[in-house]
Design a protein around this ligand. Structure first.
Ligand code: ADP
Length: 459
């Protein structure tokens, strides 16, 4: 029997505002537990929330970049549920009138592209964290995260397999970092994803019963969790069982999803309009101002890199995967040499970061060092082997590439008269002459070549 998969993702993006969605509490990550907590975040009675304008600005930027409708009026509702890490007993969210509706984003998978529609993107507040492994037999609660603004981006059920889901998640991450509305730090939980998955027989119109796997926070886990869930559902149905609509959790250690609870329906949450907050009315012309302020988006950047820096579409794609890498590339390639810059960035710098398991923000090499290195390669002052040696040196111990050429004795012989003398003396150019000559001269073999000034410099 042939099955097809239907997936809809809900991606929670932590907006990078300084303060929380409804209080002046700081959103800084990693502070000592319960030190960034305002009265509102503790859920004390008698204090009123005030909406954070910056969070709206950031949500609207996202809406505009995905061609969505920005609702002139939006509002907040209370979603009631009880967890120790949500002391108010309800989450303030946008259920009936979200700020952003009906956008779309393009994804690229292997050899095809696809447009995924975004149903809505609404603002809500994050909960705190329950900590189960700190106190014997007790659970600790850290409210630092409570009230941090989230943009919840809900896709239409149009994603057809795990690979497309990862491509969609990556495209959203790329966009929010380009828009500078989220730091994109998956390890710190700045982006999390709930994956809704169902299967149906090919050709069937009606959607199958879905499960929702909660809080998956890496691309690899999204792919694995969805793949597991697809196989599990098909196996269940083919064994004559029914799929239960439920919330599941992914366990990366066992690579399986497990049932957490039966899925709540909207009425379980007793949504009602939040009486503490007025509707949000956008000022006239406000959205246009935000539109004028939009930065270059990934697709525009890609085209610009291909045209202005003469690099391949593939290299451009790799470089624009993150806003920080795109920015770094632009800084090192402008007025130097795009191709050399792309090659150094992708093969040396990304390679090294990968090998040492570092994020780009931990990159120890500066724009100035890269520009110097590119110039040395461009002017043929060093060989490709020499450039690798300098790169290795500045990666490990810093330094100035222009000076390192001399210190490490890597200057390439460009004096054709000298080369001719060496050839005359040695009778051939080979590995025994001088290591610095080898990489550019090896094409001049076989032995006893006739070297003229022209052909020597042209290689
Ligand atoms: P709820 O608010 O009850 O979680 P929504 O209708 O808002 O449900 O949908 C939430 C997410 O689930 C959306 O991303 C949507 O595309 C997806 N979804 C809805 N139905 C299905 C289904 N049958 N299979 C897969 N995904 C689905």
């Amino acid at each position: 029997m042939s099955w097809e998969t239907v997936i809809g993702l809900e991606i929670h993006v932590q907006l990078s505002t300084k303060s929380k969605l409804f209080s002046g509490g700081s959103t800084e990550f990693g502070a000592e537990s319960n030190t960034h907590v305002d009265l509102i975040d503790m859920g004390l009675p008698g204090v009123l929330p005030v909406a954070n304008k910056e969070a709206f600005y950031k949500a609207i930027r996202f809406g505009l970049a995905t061609g969505a409708n920005i609702n002139q009026t939006s509002s907040f509702d209370r979603k009631n549920y009880f967890y120790p890490d949500l002391p108010k007993g309800y989450q303030i969210t946008q259920m009936t009138q979200p700020i952003v509706e009906k956008g779309s984003i393009k994804i690229a998978v292997d050899d095809y592209e696809k447009e995924i529609n975004i149903t809505r993107a609404h603002l809500d507040e994050d909960a705190g964290k329950s900590i189960h492994d700190m106190f014997e037999g007790e659970t600790g609660v850290d409210l630092n995260r409570a009230g941090t603004p989230l943009l919840e981006i809900v896709s239409e059920p149009e994603i057809s397999n795990a690979k497309e889901a990862v491509a969609y998640f990556k495209a959203i991450r790329q966009l929010v970092t380009f828009l500078d509305i989220c730091d994109g730090n998956m390890a710190q939980g700045s982006m999390r994803c709930d994956a809704n998955v169902s299967v149906r027989k090919i050709g069937e119109e009606k959607l199958g019963t879905r499960t929702e796997t909660k809080n998956v926070n890496s691309f690899r886990f999204v792919e694995k969790a969805i793949q597991y869930e697809i196989e599990r559902q098909i196996h269940e149905i083919e064994s004559g069982n029914e799929i239960t609509q439920e919330t599941r959790l992914y366990d990366p250690e066992k690579n399986e999803t497990r049932s957490m609870r039966s899925k709540e329906e909207a009425h379980d949450y007793r949504y009602f309009p939040c009486p503490d907050l007025l509707n949000i009315e956008l000022e006239r012309g406000g959205v246009d101002k935000i539109r004028d302020d939009l930065p270059e988006l990934p697709d525009q950047k890609k085209l610009k890199f291909i045209n202005d820096f003469n690099i391949t579409p593939y290299d451009a794609e790799v470089i624009i995967a993150e806003q920080v890498t795109a920015e770094f590339f632009e800084a090192i390639a402008t007025n130097t040499d795009g191709k050399i810059a792309a090659n150094l960035l992708i093969n040396e710098l990304f390679g090294r970061l990968n090998k040492d398991n570092l994020s780009f923000k931990e990159n120890p090499i500066t724009v100035k060092q890269m520009r110097e290195l590119i110039d040395l390669i461009k002017l043929d002052k060093i060989s490709s082997k020499g450039s690798k040696e300098i790169f290795d040196h500045i990666w490990k111990s810093g330094g100035n590439p222009a000076e390192l050429v001399n210190e490490l004795g890597l200057e390439q012989v460009q004096d054709t008269g000298l080369i001719e003398k060496i050839v005359d003396a040695e009778g051939h150019v080979g590995f025994d002459v001088t290591p610095n000559v080898v990489p550019t001269m090896r094409y001049l073999l076989p032995p006893k070549p006739i070297i003229t000034a022209e052909n020597a410099v042209s290689y």
